[in-house]
Write a protein that binds this ligand. Structure first.
Ligand code: SF4
Length: 377
């Protein structure tokens, strides 16, 4: 894990108005040389300065399409790595707080995943294809490409799983099984959306010898799911859904597929952050929505849809703590350094790893995308 040293004293306890004024001035002065990207889960104080907003993949693609020399990525580490992989060597990707990691991505160390894959492959006795969520390190993505797999996002996981299991003659990877890394909930929810049952899925626990799997069960399973999860989405429960429905009859519940299986099954719909935003924005006025994803995004969605009731599903709204490490003082600090000709907190993926990880992303991008939110099953 990367450690961010404390910011110089002048950035600590800086009044918000003063920090905002300085960021705005620096942004104007730096002009086209710098683009600020902000993830949907970012706080308002940072989000207001973004040139582009989106989910992790959309932001990386926007970074790649931009000619700016400096990409200031207000997200978490794996997102900045993906942006570095997809941008040109002349561009520098900067993460304002280098400690801003993703707890789920850190649950799948590349060396552990590679060892697990070999065990699973040998126990399965047939071809296993790794499908790695973009919420993973560059090293894990690179392993995925070497093993013949591809990345996926929460908006296209089903399409990528289908590709993994389709025959090579049909343009697929020709796998008999999918090894889904690192989010067990996304893996299980995707398998069920494809018509499989929970009995077709096995969880590989990296803390147990051999993942805690028996060879016979591995041979029978169609999906092996790495035991990782997001603590933000793990917080949503079926009780919250029941309470939301009893408080507001007719309310529609939409949750992220990183939520546990029972929550996705009890909701009305599931979808990625982009799919949730599009669905609520496109819904007729007057409706009521309870959303199961990170709170900053839900608050902004509510503010942008004053003709609807939009609220978080959770009673205690969950924030992504690591995302919020990227705050106004850190944004100001990186911009002031850029203005002084100094690049701080550049995220660089080593060349060989970058080429392999790019291949896993490109395989995903070659698969036709999915539509909007899905009705729950
Ligand atoms: S919300 Fe969860 S998956 Fe997303 S960056 Fe934060 S910890 Fe990672």
């Amino acid at each position: 894990m990367n450690i961010q040293p404390p910011l110089p004293k002048e950035y600590q306890n800086l009044p918000v108005e003063q920090a905002c004024r300085r960021v705005a001035q620096l942004k104007t002065a730096l002009g086209q040389d710098v683009r600020i990207l902000a993830h949907h889960y970012q706080s308002d104080e940072v989000f207001q300065f973004a040139d582009f907003v989106g989910d992790s993949l959309k932001l990386s693609q926007q970074a790649a399409a931009s000619s700016a020399r400096f990409i200031v990525f207000c997200g978490v580490h794996f997102m900045a790595e993906s942006a570095d992989i997809l941008t040109s060597p002349q561009q520098a990707v900067i993460l304002p707080d280098i400690s801003a990691g993703c707890a789920m991505a850190e649950m799948a160390d590349a060396a552990d995943v590679e060892e697990a894959f070999e065990q699973v492959q040998s126990a399965a006795g047939e071809m296993v294809v790794p499908v790695t969520y973009v919420n993973s390190s560059a090293a894990t993505k690179a392993f995925t490409a070497r093993a013949g797999g591809a990345c996926c996002t929460s908006s296209n996981a089903r399409r990528v799983f289908e590709w993994a299991l389709a025959s090579k003659l049909q343009g697929g990877a020709g796998g008999a099984k999918v090894f889904a890394i690192p989010d067990r909930h996304l893996g299980l929810n995707t398998a069920v959306a494809m018509g499989f049952g929970t009995e077709d899925c096995l969880v590989y626990d990296p803390k147990l010898e051999g993942g805690g799997l028996e060879a016979l069960a591995t041979r029978r399973a169609k999906f092996i799911l790495w035991k990782g999860q997001c603590y933000v989405h793990q917080r949503f429960t079926t009780d919250q859904i029941e309470r939301a429905r009893s408080r507001q009859p007719g309310i529609r519940i939409i949750v992220h597929p990183e939520c546990p299986r029972a929550v996705v099954a009890a909701a009305d719909y599931s979808g990625s952050t982009e799919q949730i935003i599009q669905a609520v924005n496109a819904a007729p006025a007057g409706g009521a929505w309870a959303i199961g994803t990170e709170t900053n995004m839900v608050r902004r969605l509510a503010a942008n849809n004053p003709d609807k009731l939009v609220r978080t599903l959770a009673d205690t709204p969950p924030f992504c703590r690591t995302m919020s490490r990227v705050d106004l003082p850190h944004l100001l600090w990186v911009l002031e350094n850029l203005s002084a000709g100094k690049v701080v907190n550049q995220v660089r993926v080593e060349e060989k790893l970058s080429a392999q990880a790019r291949l896993a992303l490109e395989r995903m991008l070659a698969i036709p995308p999915q539509g909007g939110i899905s009705p729950s099953r």
